[in-house]
Each structure stands twice: as C-alpha cells, then as structure tokens.
Write a protein that binds this ligand. Structure first.
Ligand SMILES: [Zn+2]
Ligand SMILES: [Zn+2]
Length: 237
C-alpha cells in the first residue's frame, strides 16, 4: 500500500481560463515541490497537452494520469480519468464530434495553446473549448465507462457548471458514488446539500494556476490505476 498526495483536476494552457504558466515542465515542478506524486491533466473538452505533461514527468517520481474535464449538454462539468492515453484519445474523438464548431475569441476567453513537453508552442486550438458539448451526462457516462474510465462530476456544489445547482439533485440512474466538491469541507457540503451524505466526496483544487496545485487528496493506493483510485475514494472518502 502506497500513501501519496494527489491532484486530479489540473488545467494546462490549452484551457482558455488557465494561466499561461500552466506549462508541462512547470506543472511537474510544482507538483514535485509540493510532494504531490500523482496528478491528472483535465483540460476543458480537450486532451492535446496530456502527452506533453506525461513526457515532462518521465524519470521523475510523478505519475500523470490522462484525463479531460467534459462539459455535458446540461452544462455540467465532469472529470473523466483513464489508465491510458489511447482510451482517452478514443473518448476525445467522441467529444470532438460533439463540440459545437464555434471559434474561440482569445481576447475575450483566453488562448488555447498546444505545447510540447518543454512548454514550447506547437499549435492553437481554434474551437472554443469551454462550450457545452452535445453529450448528455448519461451518454457521456456510458462512453467513459465503456472505455474503462472513471466519471466524477466536478465541483458539484459550485454555481457555475456544478451538478447540484444545474439539476437540483443527483439523477439516481447514473449510479454515481464519487463526487468532487470544491472550496468547501465535506461537512459544509452535506449541510448545504443533504443528499450528498450518501456519496464519497473528494476535494479538488481545480487548478488553473500553479499555486493552486498542493496535493489536496491524500490516498492509500494498492497501485496506480483508475480502478484502485475508485476503490480508494470509496473506502477513504
Ligand atoms: Zn469545471
Ligand atoms: Zn476544471
């Protein structure tokens, strides 16, 4: 059993709302500085910077999980984590088919940059990534689970794009067990939304800048895999 700090919701410069310091080598450096040994990269509806962060962490004590923060048709944000980049790439194809073809306005929303493992510019994503996709939360969950990923509604208590404010409750047919909370303790979250008492609530920094990365999750893990993570959430949170 390995005890470690993790941060499973991190944006890079590909997300329009992230700061321009969110480059692979800096993310890796900041994670290691804070003794965080497991991170996931979760850009909005996009994953093109995941390989660069994985490469930037090679040879270090940091493991990088491939992930994405999906915006569903209901405008709910969901963190989706996978064991392999090829699983994520399969899901990305589905997301791409379901993302409206609306160009980004970088002056208004921010730039969406694809970079290499050293943080050098490679390309710009032209479509606005912060739009809602056409995937309903039910459809999205089916795709993620079929591909072997885990599906964790993000910052469920947050007014913007949180599941609870958006839907007013948790659809039972989703059979969710793990939910992410943001900026609030577990007790406060349950006080505000009593239905949360039946769920495993994991904290997150939803890091859009380097300082936000602190290793907010403490986990005992048998191995590093999404199955082991799910089990750890269900027994430790
Ligand atoms: Zn979000
Ligand atoms: Zn986020």
């Amino acid at each position: 059993m390995k005890s470690l700090k993790a941060e499973l919701h991190i944006h890079t410069v590909l997300s329009p709302c992230a700061t321009l310091e969110m480059l692979p080598p800096f993310i890796v450096e900041r994670a290691l500085e804070t003794h965080t040994h497991l991170i996931a990269i979760t850009d909005h509806n996009a994953s093109a910077n995941v390989p660069a962060v994985i490469k930037a962490a090679e040879g270090s004590e940091l493991t990088v999980l491939p992930g994405i923060e999906l915006t569903t048709a209901e405008e709910i944000h969901v963190v989706c984590l996978f064991d392999t980049y090829s699983q994520l790439a399969e899901f990305q194809k589905i997301v791409d088919q379901n993302l409206p073809n609306i160009p980004n306005n970088p002056d208004f929303f921010g730039m969406q940059l694809i970079v290499d493992s050293e943080g050098n510019y490679v390309d710009t994503e032209e479509r606005l990534l912060s739009n809602a996709t056409f995937l309903s939360i039910n459809e999205a969950q089916r795709h993620v689970q079929r591909l072997g990923g885990i599906f964790i509604p993000a910052h469920v208590n947050r007014e913007e794009n949180g599941l609870l404010p958006r839907l007013g409750g948790i659809p039972p047919e989703l059979n969710l067990s793990v939910l992410e909370i943001y900026g609030i303790s577990k007790a406060e979250a349950i006080q505000r939304y009593p239905c949360l008492k039946d769920y495993h609530l994991i904290p997150s920094s939803d890091a859009h800048d380097l300082d936000a990365i602190s290793g907010v999750l403490r986990l005992e893990l048998e191995e590093i895999s999404v199955a082991a993570l799910l089990q750890a959430f269900q027994t430790q949170y």
